[in-house]
Design a protein around this ligand. Structure first.
Ligand SMILES: [Zn+2]
Ligand SMILES: [Zn+2]
Length: 412
């Protein structure tokens, strides 16, 4: 049972409720361009995961089969008191590993390059929770290897891992302020707001997933203060709405420094250094100014109302497409969704450009619309499962493309 897939409708419902509350109260927690960029990163991460997630399962399976110290039975994890105690033990063990994974993700350059995308939003709302990395699959599995060496069964760990991830969704909100004693025990919205801050006091604090007790234990806890309101985002802002670039930006910074330093030791070392460290010769030749926080303004390029509505409508289509792809993946596996994923990624890319107001964005959007039908034919031709598309679906597709092109022309 895929708990995360089951939670998706609840995520969307909670998101709509929070948008409604924000609209009614006029709190300004949401901007459509920032939220769409966050959700685009989330869709990218999920769909990219169809082609990469199996890697961690392969590694974990290998470790479990060859190095497990204890022969824990799945039947130990039942609804009896001892079974529940085992579940709690597994959940605590996962949360502890998550704490160290998350801490290392912030403290080491190559890991931060993968995790930064989660922190680039300059707003803080439930869409930020879904703003996930497409590249963190490369290293995240390593931090949970000790649990497989102990011998926890894979099904149990996948379940507590999913619960841990689902728990973290609701803490990405400004609607809930303080929660009294719970703020001292659990990761709560207040605690996690601190984690998403770029204020000097709050940087590299509150790494916990479910329990904030780990931060209190390992010295990384910082409470939210009224006299130092949180400024959300990262110190080197993304300043565009490109979900691909969101995933690659920090890798690019590191690559630049690695290519330009004369020291071979630093060319390698920079990837594994503490986050923010730069080779001395590169720092001297290409200094980077730290932005003054008091002058901080959110990235918010102007766009006409027509353009905003167009992007919003097309993004709704992208969400529906992502749900259809999830269904196709569940039935046909990764290769059955390759072409639809490529089309979806192209759509998210062009929507980012349209939101930025790039002059060439409409041309790319027309190009995207024009390749949908040929891509559909290609997919059906190469489908090994004899996939068919009904006549009504083709008619619907043509109407969608035509209506989109006309609307785009009007909104440009
Ligand atoms: Zn983080
Ligand atoms: Zn977060």
């Amino acid at each position: 049972m895929d708990l995360i897939a089951l939670a998706v409708p609840l995520f969307l419902l909670a998101l709509f409720i929070e948008i409604f509350i924000d609209w009614r109260r006029g709190t300004g927690f949401y901007r459509s361009n920032d939220a769409i960029n966050s959700l685009s990163a989330g869709i990218m991460s999920t769909t990219f995961g169809y082609f990469t997630k199996f890697l961690s399962l392969v590694f974990w399976g290998y470790v479990f089969a060859n190095f497990a110290l204890l022969d824990m039975q799945t039947s130990w994890f039942d609804w009896s008191p001892s079974g529940l105690a085992m579940w709690i033990l597994a959940a605590l063990a996962w949360d502890l590993c998550y704490y160290w994974q998350h801490r290392c993700y912030h403290e080491y350059s190559i890991l931060w390059a993968g995790h930064a995308v989660h922190h680039q939003s300059e707003d803080y709302n439930l869409s930020t929770a879904l703003r996930q990395s497409s590249t963190s699959f490369l290293f995240s599995w390593i931090f949970y290897v000790p649990l497989f060496v102990i011998g926890f069964p894979l099904e149990v760990l996948l379940t507590v891992g999913a619960i841990n991830l689902i728990y973290q969704f609701w803490v990405h909100t400004q609607v809930v302020r303080r929660m009294g004693v719970l703020d001292r025990i659990l990761v709560t919205p207040s605690n996690h707001r601190v984690h998403h801050a770029q204020n000097e006091r709050y940087i590299d604090k509150n790494y916990g997933g479910m329990l904030i007790l780990w931060d209190r234990l390992f010295g990384s806890f910082e409470p939210e203060r009224d006299d130092d309101p949180v400024v959300f985002g990262v110190r080197k802002p993304l300043t565009n709405w490109n979900p691909f670039w969101a995933n690659l930006q920090v890798y690019d910074y590191l690559l630049f420094d690695a290519l330009h330093t004369r020291s071979w030791r630093d060319k390698i070392g920079i990837w594994f250094s503490r986050t923010g460290w730069r080779p001395a010769d590169v720092e001297a030749q290409y200094p980077k100014q730290k932005a003054e926080l008091s002058c901080f303004t959110k990235f918010d390029p102007p766009a006409t109302r027509g353009r905003r509505y167009y992007v919003l409508a097309q993004f709704s289509v992208a969400v529906i497409t992502a749900l259809i792809i999830a269904n196709m993946f569940a039935r046909g596996g990764a290769m059955s969704v390759l072409v639809p994923c490529l089309l979806l990624w192209a759509q998210l890319y062009t929507l980012g450009l349209l939101s930025e107001g790039r002059s060439y964005a409409p041309t790319l959007e027309y190009a995207r619309l024009s390749v949908i039908v040929p891509s559909g034919f290609l997919m059906l031709q190469t489908s090994s499962a004899g996939m068919q598309l009904s006549q009504a679906s083709w008619v619907f597709l043509f109407i969608y493309i035509l209506a989109s092109a006309l609307w785009l022309r009007k909104s440009s």
